[in-house]
Design a binder for this molecule. Structure first.
Ligand code: ADP
Ligand code: UDP
Length: 237
């Protein structure tokens, strides 16, 4: 499948059309952003690591019965995916308190959240991705009640699959963000799952192995991503 017109350049990926209206090519760049794109830096190998990481995770989710965008890897930095009509809302699952939850409620970082929390954020960088809820989605027509219920069900299912996968690799899946879209009317998981959009802590040391290393200027960002990839069995060669 050939790359055609560039359709969109996001903060971390560029989206290209293909000769088929059902498929897109996502190109993972080396850019890493924080503060809704106000801070951007490049890291060698990051595009490749996240592309292969995402491909590995989406295949695991697909095997577990979660419909995903995934078609096939095209190169180190490119993947062929189904073209989804994206829902402009991010779904976040939280197993432990971190990030914006800690800031908002003053809960101690690391507190176990049982049952895990399901949060929704509108994708709108200019407004710093405001938190919304299920009622907003229905009222403003971002996604139907039925499709949102399916997104929530699939998010919790992904949490079950991935919590176990990371646990076996000595890692705690603290929280993560998913984006869904519709493919011929059906809810399908899109975008990416990588340490850019999740929090992963070492079970023993509680070291942060995700994008918080960049947000908090801890250093060793790509080394941490590669270590996580190695532990769960992603081939980076
Ligand atoms: P952002 O838009 O937040 O800066 P990215 O740099 O990751 O993020 O850009 C990727 C864009 O492609 C996002 O807007 C995302 O919603 C969109 N996208 C991801 N997967 C798909 C897909 N399978 N079909 C259509 N659009 C997608
Ligand atoms: N997240 C993301 N994109 C966003 C906002 C959050 O991928 O635009 C991820 C983030 O990496 C974390 C989870 O969603 O794994 C929860 O993020 P949180 O609400 O705590 O916001 P943060 O403080 O990280 O901005």
């Amino acid at each position: 499948m050939q790359k055609k017109a560039e359709l969109y350049r996001g903060k971390a990926k560029t989206v290209y059309a293909t000769e088929s209206s059902d498929f897109l090519i996502l190109e993972f760049r080396n850019d890493t952003s924080a503060l809704d794109g106000q801070r951007i830096e490049q890291f060698d190998r990051k595009g490749m690591v996240n592309n292969k990481f995402n491909h590995f995770i989406m295949n695991k989710l697909e095997e577990a019965g979660i419909p995903t965008q995934m078609e096939r890897l095209l190169s180190d930095n490119e993947v062929l995916v189904k073209k989804l009509d994206m829902v402009p809302v991010e779904c976040v699952i939280r197993n432990r308190a971190a990030g914006s939850l800690v800031k908002r409620l003053g809960i101690e970082e690391g507190t176990l959240l049982n049952p895990p929390i399901f949060d929704l954020f509108l994708k709108d960088d200019a407004r710093h991705d405001p938190m919304v809820n299920e009622s907003y989605c229905e009222t403003f027509g971002w996604v139907s009640k039925e499709n949102l219920a399916e997104m929530k069900r699939l998010s919790y299912k992904a949490n079950d699959v991935l919590s176990e996968l990371f646990d076996k690799a000595g890692l705690i899946l603290v929280d993560f963000k998913l984006e869904f879209g519709l493919f011929h009317g059906k809810v399908v998981l899109g975008d990416e799952f990588s340490p850019d959009g999740s929090r992963l802590w070492d079970k023993n040391t509680l070291d942060k192995m995700d994008k918080d290393r960049f947000r908090q200027s801890l250093g060793g960002l790509i080394e941490a991503y590669e270590e996580v990839a190695r532990r769960i069995g992603v081939s980076l060669d």
